[in-house]
Design a protein around this ligand. Structure first.
Ligand SMILES: [Zn+2]
Length: 317
């Protein structure tokens, strides 16, 4: 398909959930893959860029997190290309000599799994949900092509490497000495999102289901109520640290903030829709009520709330 194919472009935009207004955030990306210590044995490599893959950010726009166990490294997400995966691998070596033995792909959006092949030599399992795997199979090839086009090739090369262990339900298991629980969002962000919970350390790895600096990343996948209930159940776990797919590490307050906001907006849209109001009326009303508080809680409330209201209206139909 041609690079101007509008469906591809729309899907890319949806898959990243970034508004045009946020693209400027991507411009100041640098290529340093800096490892940040979260707590003992848990680390993050946070992308300075949150936006579309561009030539400036070389396609690196998502976070990677990892846990060093006595038997190897457990890696949560692998970036947007094999080349980026190789940079991640190098960065991990600055804190441990352990190889990456297990990979978790939080979901099927390309910026979270196209780096898998960089760990081909040492990874014994690549774990994702069955639903995410289906989407990866369907769109993987064209995502590689598309990311290469939009970054003008600066993203480097990618071989597709698909998950090898597919989950159909939530699961508890051990990686080395670390207890891990996998939690489903019931498609809160995309089909088959997987979250990872370390019950002893009380750390949640949220992928794109959890947000820090920016508004919750909702999609037209008809699952806002599922996202809200997932957020409340994550908050009930009382995490001490919340790691996200984009943006800095955060706390339970962000999870509650997102759940409350989505719940208020969803309820009002539903009720206004039933009363026959249009989305503009609802938007004005919601802005008047919520903007004074929420514009200080998100970097993009004023631009994103319109997309949220319009999307939620669409989901009522
Ligand atoms: Zn995503």
């Amino acid at each position: 398909m041609s690079q101007k194919d509008p469906i591809k472009i729309i899907r890319l935009i949806l898959s990243l959930f970034i508004l045009i207004t946020n693209i400027s955030c991507a411009a100041n990306a640098n290529s340093d893959f800096v490892v940040t210590t979260i707590t003992q044995n848990v680390y993050s490599i946070v992308s300075p860029s949150k936006g579309l893959p561009t030539p400036e950010n070389k396609g690196w726009n998502s976070n990677i997190h990892f846990v060093v166990t006595g038997k190897g490294v457990l890696l949560f997400d692998t970036g947007s290309s094999e080349s980026i995966g190789n940079k991640i691998k190098k960065a991990i070596k600055t804190v441990t000599n352990q190889p990456v033995r297990w990979i978790i792909n939080s979901h099927s959006h390309a910026d979270h799994w196209l780096g898998n092949a960089a760990f081909n030599e040492t990874a014994v399992e690549i774990i994702a949900s069955n639903k995410a795997h289906i989407t990866m199979k369907k769109y993987g090839e064209e995502d590689v092509e598309l990311y290469s086009q939009v970054t003008k090739g600066t993203i480097g090369s990618t071989k597709l490497m698909f998950p090898t262990v597919l989950l159909n339900q939530e699961q508890k298991r051990k990686f080395g000495e670390i207890d891990v629980e996998f939690i489903f969002s019931n498609d809160g962000h995309s089909p088959g999102d997987l979250l990872m919970w370390l019950p002893k350390q009380k750390i949640i790895f949220g992928g794109d289901v959890l947000s820090s600096d920016w508004m919750p990343m909702i999609t037209d996948y008809k699952n806002v109520p599922n996202l809200v209930s997932t957020l409340y159940s994550i908050a009930n776990l009382s995490p001490t640290i919340v790691l996200t797919g984009h943006g800095k590490a955060t706390t339970i307050e962000s999870v509650m903030r997102d759940a409350d906001l989505l719940s208020i907006v969803w309820k009002q849209v539903k009720s206004d829709f039933e009363k026959g109001k249009n989305s503009n009326e609802t938007l004005e009303d919601i802005k008047a009520k919520l903007e004074p508080k929420y514009k200080f809680l998100y970097k993009d409330f004023s631009s994103e709330i319109e997309r949220h209201v319009n999307l939620m209206y669409k989901l009522q139909q």
